[in-house]
Ligand binder design. Structure first.
Ligand code: GDP
Length: 319
């Protein structure tokens, strides 16, 4: 039986990937930090179906233990401090978990010695100022946040371990991807949760930051399929995963409010400098031609369906 170890199991991607791998017949091990009450909102349904292990990306011995306990064929390193806005408040911790955490996981895997296929969750935030639009695997990086800089370290150290030790290590450069399980601090979920509350009369306004940035938003379960495909190839490589479309926060608001029958949303949305960032990524758009050609991957869920799914789910949850 195929065994997989996923770090960041309780996050959006960790939980969707576990769903996918279970469907494919894997034995799934999910790593979470030891806390008095782990946040299993996204993984409650996985209890009894996967094996939860305690580990921390800032503690290499704990990673070695998780590898021994799971004896995996595939490791998916999805754990990180993943919120860009927070990375200015905790730059050192972000660098430690999101950057050096990758090194520790790679080093633990290398020392473990068995032939393990390794997936690193790289990010479109590494493109930041976008030297080229759309960005592909050869586009120069220009990160704009401590998070983006930390992800870039993770990306390069993965490539370096592939080249230094002939490890099967891939980086998926995933553009923004969202789902019903997205954390509430991210703009998409903050909007769909707010729209649902407005619809149900639980809230008057949504307070946001910059409405004029553009993102290439896909659906997280589609993107987990791409992670898996990367580890099934003959050769390890890096791939951009994106829809190739870009939408502004305003476009997102248009679609989210339309799904509750509101066209003029201006009076329901306020802005607060608290949610503005010291340095902004104005636009992100990816070119996933390589993944489409070599992996046979395709984004399946259109933007409007993604927003609609998220709003409907929040209405159901809050009703
Ligand atoms: P990111 O692309 O990984 O940073 O994903 P986010 O969902 O956190 O942010 C996407 C964009 O939305 C960024 O350009 C933010 O500046 C912008 N944005 C505007 N208002 C908000 C807000 O209230 N919260 C967050 N998280 N982002 C906001």
């Amino acid at each position: 039986m195929q065994r997989a170890l996923i770090t960041g199991i309780n996050g959006m991607d960790g939980s969707h990937l576990a769903d996918l791998l279970l469907k494919k017949g894997y034995e799934v091990y999910g790593m979470e930090r030891r806390t008095s009450s782990p946040n299993r909102t996204n993984t409650k349904h996985l209890e009894g179906k996967i094996i939860f292990l305690h580990g921390d990306l800032t503690d290499q011995n704990s990673l070695t233990r998780c590898l021994k306990q799971s004896n995996p064929c595939e490791v998916y390193n999805l754990g990180s401090q993943s919120f860009v806005g927070e990375s200015w408040n905790t730059p050192e911790q972000t660098s430690d978990v999101t950057g050096l955490g990758v090194l520790r996981m790679l080093e633990a895997t290398r020392e473990y010695g068995a032939p393990v296929r390794f997936y690193q969750a790289s990010s479109s935030e590494m493109f930041g100022r976008m030297v080229e639009n759309p960005a592909n695997e050869n586009t120069p990086f220009y990160p704009r946040s401590p998070y983006g800089v930390a992800k870039l370290y993770g990306h390069w150290i993965t490539k370096n371990y592939r080249e230094s030790y002939d490890m099967f290590a891939c980086s998926g450069i995933l553009f923004n991807h969202e789902s019903e399980r997205r954390g509430i601090e991210f703009v998409t979920r903050k909007i769909t949760d707010g729209v649902a509350r407005i619809h149900l009369g639980l809230q008057d306004k949504i307070i946001l930051g910059n409405l004029d940035s553009y993102r290439d938003w896909g659906y997280a379960p589609d993107y987990c399929e791409a992670m898996w495909l990367m580890l099934q190839q003959k050769k390890a490589d890096d791939y951009v995963i994106s829809t190739g479309e870009t939408h502004s926060i305003r476009n997102f608001l248009d679609v989210a409010f339309q799904s509750i029958g509101i066209v003029e949303w201006a009076s329901y949305v306020g802005q607060d400098p608290r949610f503005m960032r010291p340095a902004e990524v104005d636009v992100l758009r990816g070119d996933s031609t390589k993944a489409q050609t070599e992996l046979g991957w395709k984004p399946k869920t259109p933007f409007v369906d993604l927003v609609d799914k998220m709003v409907k789910n929040d209405i159901k949850r809050l009703s």
